[in-house]
Design a protein around this ligand. Sequence first.
Ligand SMILES: [Zn+2]
Ligand SMILES: [Zn+2]
Length: 99
Amino acid sequence: MAITAAFDFYETIPRRLEANQIAGKGQRGKYICPNPNCARSFNWKGNLTRHLKYECGLQPRFKCPHCHYCCKVKGDVSKHIVRKHKDAAVYVLDIFNSS
Ligand SMILES: [Zn+2]
Ligand SMILES: [Zn+2]
């Protein structure tokens, strides 16, 4: 099963990452995100798995057509346009599909 392999992978992450997390954040999640650019940690392995799958390491895919704002979540770009570009058309560019 692929999901089991993923768990095994996260178990092998060096412990020094955990030390960095505790020193920097005061958060004591047992399961540390393996992404060096990310400071998240979780008490539940399932939360880390969800984080990695839906939040972490994903490239921002959706772009505001009116400025350089990019986001991983389409709805957030729509909200951004409503907030920042009050009179502009609300639509979202999909970077992955436009290339
Ligand atoms: Zn992360
Ligand atoms: Zn914008």
